[in-house]
Write a protein that binds this ligand. Structure first.
Ligand code: ADP
Length: 580
């Protein structure tokens, strides 16, 4: 029962599985003790009835009182144990699950985060785990404990009288059958509710992110209307879902209770035909009140368990996404980046076909090509942000797919367009480049990256908080911070995505100056958009539709009548000097 499959199904950690077993064990004991209480009641009633019918003297009160006290003490102690084994321990389980999920996230290929949207991932870490918390604490131990104890009691009932036992117990499988039969409906409703909720949170996030554009274009009402619609829809879907499961839960509960009626009817029949005496029926009626109790509780819980299956699956999916592992030692021989017949697909569709090129150490290698030709993809692959589907990528002769991404990345600096800044000071944002860098080192890097001049105008200089994701900085300024980080890190490989957004002339010159300091002596792979960069590159790789179509020094390529020359001429004819 409590197998690996069970553990996966409910997204339990190893400790969680052990705790659930404990919870189930104590639930069995509690249910048996309570049943024992019924036994005591039966015995006492029996002996009391004997005094009535056979005119015996009343038994002494000492024995029944002692028995009752014993029962109460036992009941208290076992309930206490059950409580600790179910509620108490589960809080550790929540913590353990979140920690192990975070650990897992750390190991996942970075590409995974591009695939799953952030709101969805947060929902799994917080919402799904919360939902499971209730299942772990209130459902699993209780329910599986109840299965075991009821099976034991059912065996006893069958031994006493199989006809009454059937009359008394048929409702249990019928009720459960109904619930499990409706499982698909409940799961679908839950999935639908969750999707609607995600649409609402996505809508809110989108509105917040685009608040400027929305205001600028006077679209507030349109946006709010759309959000309102999403919220209404969520409410509707949720109500319908709850109603659906509610009907099944209540129907199951009614069916189970029909067992009382059938027991009385069968019992009465059997008494009339003289096959059993009244006391046996009385015993069954006592038992019946208790045998349904754990299930009555758990019927609603089962519904919850079914609904929560979606959450459990999402957690399990996270655990089962293959991690990007690898050797924690990385000792390359130099830092040439070599692509050997690389194939790659983000999902089904292949976007790089048999790409081979070399980016030499100490040189600037520029990737150019039309938009969508695979330039960014090549840059991401060079840092193992994704794993390739065919071929090999070597850095200093070492296959990077065999190297732990965390270790590999220590040799890379990346200056991409979407610079991620944290809501901290300028100083701390630059310090991210190198953990434990001294203030002097940070300042030197900032100067080399031409940050000095704009930082001077900030109210508290380097100690100015820059707002969430650098809201207070311009594109060029953000990029200079990112360059400063890279300078500070001073990694041998630099992946660079030039800004496409046109910076003002002054900003551009400053960024260029900063970059030239950064490039010296490194293996530089740049996604080039500017003529200047392209002309200054040592080597150019021209990509088109995921294939290398030309390769060579800029002058060499210009002398050929190929895509590169064509692109350059096109750019020269148009006013802009930038390559896109
Ligand atoms: P470039 O940088 O040259 O504009 P990209 O490397 O960004 O080109 O894109 C190459 C191809 O891969 C395009 O067809 C693009 O649609 C696709 N692509 C890029 N990123 C993703 C992604 N995260 N998921 C799926 N497809 C992607």
């Amino acid at each position: 029962m409590f197998s690996k499959k069970f553990q996966r199904k409910y997204a339990l950690t190893d400790q969680g599985l052990r705790n659930t077993k404990r919870g189930a064990f104590w639930t069995v004991i509690v249910n048996l003790v309570v049943m024992g209480g019924m036994g005591i009641l039966y015995l006492l009633t029996g002996s009391f009835m004997e005094t009535l019918t056979e005119e015996k003297n009343l038994p002494t009160v000492v024995f029944p009182i002692a028995l009752t006290v014993l029962f109460l003490v036992l009941s208290f102690l076992t309930h206490l144990q059950q409580y600790q084994a179910t509620y108490g321990l589960v809080y550790n389980e929540v913590k353990a699950t979140r920690l192990s999920m975070a650990e897992r996230l750390r190991k996942l290929p970075l590409g995974y985060f591009g695939k799953r949207d952030l709101a969805d991932l947060t929902e799994t870490l917080l919402g799904d785990v919360n939902r499971m918390e209730h299942v772990w604490s209130h459902v699993l131990g209780y329910l599986y404990g109840a299965y075991i104890s009821t099976s034991l009691i059912a065996v006893c009932l069958f031994v006493y009288d199989w006809r009454l036992a059937i009359a008394c117990l048929w409702g249990v499988p019928a009720a459960f059958g109904l619930l499990f039969g409706s499982r698909k409906i409940a799961a679908r409703a839950s999935e639908r509710t969750k999707k609607a909720a995600l649409r609402v949170s996505d809508g809110i996030q989108e509105a917040l992110e685009n608040v400027r554009e929305i205001r600028a274009t006077n679209q507030e009402e349109l946006y709010l209307d759309r959000l309102n619609q999403k919220i209404d829809e969520h409410e509707r879907i949720m109500t319908r879902g709850e109603l659906g499961t509610g009907i099944f839960v209540n129907a199951a509960s009614v069916i189970m209770r029909l067992g009382v009626a059938t027991t009385i009817l069968t019992g009465a029949g059997l008494i009339l035909s003289g096959e059993i005496n009244f006391m046996l029926l009385f015993l069954f009626l006592l038992v019946i009140t208790r045998i349904y109790a754990p299930f009555d509780q758990s019927l609603a819980l089962i519904a919850e368990m079914i609904i929560s299956q979606v959450s459990a699956d999402r957690i399990t999916e996270l655990y089962e996404t293959p991690a990007a592992n690898g050797n924690s030692k990385f000792t390359p021989n130099g830092h040439d980046i070599v692509f050997e017949h690389v194939h790659f697909a983000y999902d089904e569709k292949e976007v790089l076909h048999d790409v081979s090129f070399t980016a030499k150490e100490g040189e600037v290698t520029a990737l150019v090509g039309p938009s969508g030709s695979g330039k960014s993809t090549c840059a991401r692959l060079a840092a193992r942000l994704w794993d390739i589907t065919g071929g090999k990528i070597l850095v200093g002769g070492i296959d990077i797919s065999k190297v732990d991404p965390e270790v590999l990345l220590t040799d890379y600096s990346m200056v991409f367009q979407d610079v991620i800044l944290f809501d901290d000071t300028v100083m701390e944002n630059i310090r991210l480049g190198k953990r434990g860098a001294t203030d002097a080192e940070v300042l030197a890097a900032a100067q080399a990256a031409n940050c000095e001049e704009f930082v001077r105008h900030l109210p508290q200089g380097y100690d100015t908080p820059i707002g969430e994701n650098g809201a207070r900085l311009s594109g060029g300024e953000r990029q200079r911070i990112s360059i400063a980080r890279a300078l500070l890190k001073d990694a041998p490989i630099l992946l660079l995505d030039e800004a496409t957004a046109s910076l003002d002339v002054e900003n551009e010159t400053k960024v260029q100056e900063a970059l030239s300091r950064l490039l010296a002596g490194k293996t530089v792979l740049v996604i080039a958009h500017r003529m200047r960069t392209v002309e200054a590159a040592d080597k150019i790789i021209v990509l088109s539709d995921g294939q290398v179509v030309e390769e060579g020094a800029p002058t060499e390529l210009m002398s050929r009548d190929g895509l590169f020359r064509h692109m350059v001429e096109l750019q020269r004819q148009s006013a802009g000097w930038s390559l896109k």
